[in-house]
Design a protein around this ligand. Structure first.
Ligand code: NAP
Ligand code: MG
Length: 475
């Protein structure tokens, strides 16, 4: 194996303020009750900044600002004019990509390679894509005069902070809605930097409002009577609570929830490529991916070979400083998430599965978990049924294609799946039978703004991305 010299990305491209207010009506303001919390770097536990916790009065102020902006400018502005703002935001994100990537990596713990090459370019791409729709809504297949919904309350998780923000804000604005967005408690910083991008783009005040806070802030936003639509990405548990809270109200809802995707490897698959796909499927972003390929289904005849090559490949993964450009696996996002990953892995041991972890040294400070696989997993095991949301893969085997379908669909979720085979006919046969919103063929974890994304069953309802993503913001 090669030795790599450290190649750290410079932190000097970002200026992190010591404290941040809430972004309401185009400016940064203090909260009504003065409550704050700290955001840390999960790789070092260093405090990065103090952030304001929005309470019900702040939620009300943000919704009021969003309503005013909706009525007075945004809903009446021609689509071609709205598009200019979206294009401007897209360009600024691209221009300031390095700054955003470093900040995302500091606040979230993900490798700079991923924030630089995936999160930030996709966030910009999402704005470019939906900018193009803003003046073409009448031709999008939703009738001649589709109308925006009004004020959208948007709540996002910590795994892809800026990318999730763009998935939410870009289609909402393109369709003529205004928004109040709450980023996750552990990753507020890129959303706050995005607020300054809105200022830089001269976006009319109140069109975008950013409220930092925890679960209670999200709850107040969901409960606010003047919100017309709730868009949520996060856990199935909170998604269910939101569905209950809006039941019987006129609010529209889209929910993007958890997953337990099957990644199916047939015996005719190109094994080395499949191994890369397995690694990308579960170790990308430390496995903090709703559509992660967390259940590997391998055809029995190639099981030994796949396992052997997978372990060899995993032994070459470099875990450590997320700002180092050579790093493959970064930090776990929070202590709570690390505890959850540890607990579920211990359940795997107790239920009789065999654990193997890549031989890597874990840094002393921060939250870390080595890339790990479990073999001898059965469908009844909790590690085969529950979402671990970490770098932990459960491996099962199958003999026939029909058995692969049975096992892949034996889950309460249905967000994504992967299939590895040389035969196009087999890909189509399997994709027809898998109950999952996205099926990747001979690849995994690919995202594109033109492609709709969303789940079956407990993975949620509604689609984000593509023309379908507009439907969630139009009536
Ligand atoms: P989470 O606890 O559900 O949190 C998601 C967001 O909701 C956060 O901003 C959170 O605030 C907020 N929240 C918490 N309780 C709330 C409540 N009662 N009412 C309103 N908002 C509330 O999920 P997470 O732990 O951050 O993220 C991991 C989960 O998200 C995983 O299960 C994963 O599968 C899922 N996910 C799904 C997708 C998808 O596209 N389907 C994408 C990414 C993640 P706090 O930050 O304060 O908790
Ligand atoms: Mg943080």
């Amino acid at each position: 194996m090669f030795e790599y010299a450290p190649a750290p990305e410079s932190r000097s491209v970002v200026d992190i303020a010591s404290s941040y207010g809430l972004f309401i009506n185009g400016g940064f303001v203090d909260s009504a009750d003065g409550r704050t919390f700290k955001t840390i770097s999960p790789a070092s536990e260093e405090v990065l900044a103090e952030v304001t916790e929005a309470g019900p009065a702040d939620v009300d102020a943000a919704v009021t600002a969003a309503r005013r902006a909706y009525d007075s400018v945004w809903s009446t502005m021609p689509g071609r004019e709205r598009a200019k703002y979206l294009y401007r935001i897209a360009r600024i994100l691209a221009e300031r990509a390095r700054e955003f990537a470093v900040l995302e990596t500091l606040d979230n713990g993900k490798p700079i390679r991923e924030s630089r090459d995936v999160d930030i370019p996709l966030a910009s791409a999402w704005f470019f894509y939906y900018a193009g729709w803003a003046d073409k809504l009448s031709y999008a297949g939703f009738g001649a005069y589709p109308q925006p919904l009004g004020v959208a309350g948007q709540i996002i998780p910590w795994n892809f902070p800026l990318m999730m923000l763009s998935w939410k804000i870009a289609p909402a604005l393109a369709a003529g809605n205004t928004v109040v967005l709450k980023p996750a408690e552990t990753t507020p910083l890129t959303a706050l930097l995005f607020a300054s991008v809105c200022q830089q783009a001269d976006l009319p005040p109140g069109v975008v409002n950013i409220l930092t806070g925890a679960g209670a802030t999200g709850q107040s936003l969901v409960a606010h009577p003047d919100v017309d639509k709730i868009a949520f990405t996060g856990s199935t548990e909170v998604g269910k609570a939101i569905a209950r809270a809006v039941a019987g109200t006129p609010k529209r809802v889209t929910l993007e929830l958890g997953g337990k995707a099957a990644n199916v490897v047939f015996d005719d698959a190109p094994i080395d490529q499949a191994v890369e796909g397995i690694v990308n499927g579960i170790f990308f972003n430390q496995g903090h991916v709703c559509c992660a390929g967390s259940r590997l289904l391998v055809q029995e005849s190639v099981y030994a070979e796949v396992l052997d090559r997978l372990k060899r490949r995993m032994a070459t993964l470099r875990l450590g400083d997320p700002l180092d450009k050579n790093t493959d696996v970064g930090a776990i996002n929070s202590r709570e998430q690390l505890t959850r990953i540890r607990e579920l892995s211990e359940v795997g041991d107790a239920e009789g599965a065999q654990r193997w972890s890549a031989p890597c040294e874990l840094p002393e400070h921060g939250f870390w978990f080595p890339p790990t696989i479990f073999t001898g997993v059965t469908q009844a095991h909790r590690i085969a049924r529950e979402e671990i949301f970490g770098p932990v893969l459960s491996i099962l085997t199958f003999r026939t294609p029909a058995e692969a379908v049975e096992k892949a669909n034996n889950t309460p979720y249905g967000l994504s799946a992967g299939v590895w085979t040389e035969k196009g006919s087999r890909i189509l046969w399997l994709a027809d039978r898998l109950r999952a919103g996205v099926v990747w063929a001979n690849t995994f974890n690919r995202f594109d703004p033109t492609s709709p994304f969303g789940g079956y069953k407990e993975s949620g309802h509604g689609r984000e991305g593509g023309r379908h993503g507009l439907a969630a913001y139009l009536r």
